[in-house]
Each structure stands twice: as structure tokens, then as C-alpha cells.
Write a protein that binds this ligand. Structure first.
Ligand SMILES: NC(=O)c1ccc[n+]([C@@H]2O[C@H](COP(=O)([O-])OP(=O)(O)OC[C@H]3O[C@@H](n4cnc5c(N)ncnc54)[C@H](OP(=O)(O)O)[C@@H]3O)[C@@H](O)[C@H]2O)c1
Length: 295
């Protein structure tokens, strides 16, 4: 019998890719995905029952209240899901590898190109809950935290990623405003999924950054997508984060990823070189293919 990995947030953007990638990149594992329909992770006794029944040999914890705006509006709920539920799972998984997906939003974004050792100083509720959960998880020397940033991908219901959100606004006749002065290092969800599976096999716990090689403004990201998403043509308009009045947004969340890169069997791509390397129409643009042509 193969060892079992439990994947939470299995209906979420990254969870879907992690599950799909398992057949290709982790055939030595059995995988069990948990969605909200299976269990509300804030129902701790139900989680305990399920965990003890499944008795997994590793956990990839993707579930979260992942939208900054939701966390700002519901800080108590954000704490329950992002901190308390994570802490409970990490306790149940105390004897096995546990991977917690965190976020570059633990940084204030004033400087950019953050390394793992840089001081985290979150400026919004989402970032604060992620940082608090990181501290709990990293108390266990068998456990790992992987900070990611903007993830490109498509989901079953088409309502998860920033790419899907842009297309939704554009096809309903709206304009998508993209800041020229806010920077991210986007990465396809398939790359994140493959990296997580490889990291699990390395048995090297600790804190990792996993972002794209290329730092781009939101506006540049939109421009790069035009060739692949024609519905965005004439629907993108540039803007500035200085005029934004919603919840606090870090300006620059580019991440240095040398530590994880040293463990991976493939080179972490930049966003535009990833797109340039994809020539096949029809395939999922954001899934890691068996072979990749260097752009
Ligand atoms: N995507 C990004 O750009 C990005 C960037 C940085 C960090 N991250 C982190 O990466 C992880 C995965 O992100 P994602 O993009 O896949 O997020 P996502 O699409 O929002 O998926 C999160 C999943 O968690 C589930 N969930 C939320 N509360 C739950 C609860 N109480 N009980 C059970 N399930 C619950 C959600 O269920 P519902 O479907 O029912 O809502 C959803 O399926 C998260 O930890 C996120 O914070 C993501």
C-alpha cells in the first residue's frame, strides 16, 4: 500500500492543481483531497475524527480564507480558518510532514525581493493571520511553510484566480484597472503543485519562498496575458495604487527563491518566459507539462 497524503482546500485553485499533479509527479503517494463539503476545518472535533480515520503520512494544507478583502471584512473568521484550523491540523500531524501554504502578504511590500530571513511586517488582516499561523507551524521541526504570491490558473468553476476574475469583468463589458506601481512575481499553479510534490520527497522542512522569477507590475501582467486571452483586448486600463482606498495592499511582493530552487529538479520560470514557452493551444496554459521548452 502507498502512503497517504491529505490535501485540504482540494476544491480551491491550488488544491485542484495539487491533486491533478499527483498522478504525474507523485505516483508513489495515494492522495485524499478534503473540500469544505467533506468538513468545515473550523469544526475541530470533526476534523480530528476524519484525520484519525484517514491517518495520513503527510499533509498539504491549502485551505484558507484566501481573499484579502474577505479577511478584512471578517477578521474573526479569518483567524479561525487561517490560524486556529491550521494550528489544529498541525497538532494532529505532529509526527508527519506538514506543508502550510502561506503568502508574501506577510511582508509590508516596501522593498521587494524578500528572502526567507527578512523581517515580516504584515499590513492587512490576511497577512497577519498567515504570519501567526506560520509561527505555530514552524514550532515543529518536521513542518514546512511555503510562501507564494500571485497564482495563475483556471479552476473547475472558473471563479478562483486573478486571470479568471479579469476575464469575468472583461466579458461582462467592464474595464479591468491594473496598477502600474504594484509589483508581484506571478507563478502558474501547475508549477507550485509540482514544486510542492518535489519538496515533500526531499524531507527538508522549514520556511521557503516560491514565486516567479520575474517581477512585474499588475499592468505588465495584464499585457502579457493579452495574446492568450483575446477577450481582454481593449478592456485593460492602467491605474495607480496611490488612488486605491480599500484594504491595505503591499506595493512590492517579489520573493527571492534561491533556497527552494536549490532543491527543485526544474528551473522556476518567470511569468512571461512561461507564456512564451507554451505554444500548444487547448492544453491548460497553467499546468506543468511533461516537457517544457525553454523560452
Ligand atoms: N492563489 C494565490 O494567488 C495565493 C497567493 C498567496 C497565498 N495563497 C495561499 O495558498 C493557499 C491556496 O490558495 P488558493 O488560491 O487555492 O485559495 P482558494 O481557491 O480560495 O482555496 C481555498 C480553499 O479553502 C477552502 N476553505 C476555506 N475555509 C474553509 C473551511 N472553514 N473549511 C474547509 N475548507 C475551507 C475553500 O472552500 P470554498 O471553496 O468553499 O470557499 C477553498 O476551496 C491558501 O492558503 C492561500 O492563502 C494563495
Amino acid at each position: 500500500m502507498k502512503p497517504l497524503v491529505l490535501v485540504t482546500g482540494a476544491a480551491g485553485l491550488i488544491g485542484q492543481y495539487v491533486l491533478r499533479a499527483a498522478a504525474r509527479w507523485a505516483p508513489q503517494w495515494d492522495v485524499h483531497g478534503l473540500t469544505r463539503k467533506d468538513v468545515d476545518l473550523t469544526d475541530l472535533s470533526h476534523v480530528t475524527d476524519i484525520y484519525r480515520t484517514l491517518n495520513p503520512q503527510a499533509v498539504i494544507h491549502c485551505a484558507a480564507l484566501s481573499r484579502t478583502k474577505d479577511c478584512e471584512q471578517h477578521p474573526e473568521k479569518a483567524r479561525l480558518v487561517n490560524v486556529a484550523a491550521t494550528a489544529h491540523l498541525a497538532t494532529l500531524a505532529k509526527d508527519v510532514p506538514f506543508f502550510f501554504l502561506s503568502s508574501g502578504e506577510v511582508f509590508d511590500g516596501e522593498r521587494g525581493w524578500y528572502e526567507e530571513g527578512d523581517e515580516a511586517r504584515p499590513i492587512n488582516v490576511y497577512g497577519r493571520t498567515k504570519l501567526e499561523a506560520e509561527h505555530v507551524v514552524l514550532q515543529n521541526p518536521r513542518h514546512a511553510v511555503v510562501r507564494i504570491v500571485l497564482t495563475a490558473g483556471t479552476s473547475q468553476d472558473g471563479d478562483r484566480s486573478f486571470v479568471e476574475e479579469m476575464c469575468r469583468v472583461a466579458t461582462s463589458g467592464g474595464l479591468v484597472t491594473l496598477f502600474e506601481d504594484e509589483y508581484r512575481c506571478p507563478l502558474p499553479a501547475g508549477v507550485i503543485a509540482r514544486a510542492l510534490w518535489e519538496l515533500l520527497d526531499h524531507e527538508r522542512p522549514g520556511l521557503y519562498h516560491l514565486g516567479g522569477r520575474e517581477r512585474l507590475s499588475r499592468w505588465e501582467i495584464g499585457q502579457a496575458l493579452l495574446q492568450w486571452y483575446p477577450m481582454l483586448t481593449a478592456r485593460l486600463q492602467s491605474g495607480t495604487a496611490r488612488s486605491y482606498t480599500g484594504s491595505p495592499r503591499p506595493v512590492d511582493l517579489s520573493l527571492r527563491c534561491d533556497k527552494i530552487q536549490r532543491l527543485l529538479s526544474f528551473q522556476i520560470p518567470g511569468f512571461r518566459s512561461w507564456l512564451a514557452s507554451r505554444t500548444e493551444a487547448g492544453a491548460d496554459l497553467w499546468d506543468y507539462p511533461d516537457e517544457i521548452r525553454e523560452a
